[in-house]
Design a protein around this ligand. Structure first.
Ligand code: ZN
Length: 168
């Protein structure tokens, strides 16, 4: 698996992502997912920034609306509950480990960082739902169980809505 299955980044995308982040995007490789309204929601980032600094987060959530909704879920203790389930549910733990392995394999195929740390707490903890949602949006459901759960929770909250739905 590599980045060739993502669309190339256009100048318009680059501009929108810069607006979303409030700074020029660094080491941008591809737009990995879009909101239904068309703006980029997830970017694929090079494992090393232009200056060589390692950047282990391969999929980065850029949509401000999604970032804010996910921040709300995190503030409501969703990650603690997920981490507790991870400790007692072997099937869930296996699925989560596979998500970690896929993430690492994709990143290593681009530029190996020489370690197995991925992102978001994988494979044994749940530390950032933004990372997991970005993984699910980039690779589809069935890859990262906590990204899938986060997406379902967002649907329950009414997402997609607002800018995420409207075509610019
Ligand atoms: Zn959006």
């Amino acid at each position: 698996m590599n980045d060739t299955d993502f669309e190339p980044v256009t100048d318009a995308d680059r501009e929108i992502v810069a607006e979303q982040l409030g700074r020029p995007p660094r080491a941008l490789r591809a737009v990995a997912a879009r909101c239904p309204g068309g703006h980029p929601s997830v970017v694929q980032t090079s494992p090393r920034l232009e200056d060589g600094t390692p950047f282990p987060t391969l999929y980065y959530l850029t949509c401000p609306n999604l970032n804010s909704l996910v921040g709300g879920l995190e503030a409501h203790g969703v990650m603690r509950e997920m981490s507790e389930r991870l400790e007692r549910d072997e099937d869930l733990a296996d699925a989560y480990r596979r998500a970690h392995e896929k993430y690492l394999a994709e990143r290593d195929a681009i530029d190996p960082l020489g370690h197995e740390v991925t992102a978001g707490g994988m494979p044994s903890r749940v530390k950032c739902l933004h990372v997991h949602l970005a993984h699910t949006l980039a690779r589809g459901e069935g890859v990262n169980p906590f990204g899938d759960e986060t997406l379902r929770l967002l649907h329950e909250l009414g997402w997609p809505n607002g800018d995420c739905l409207a075509r610019a």
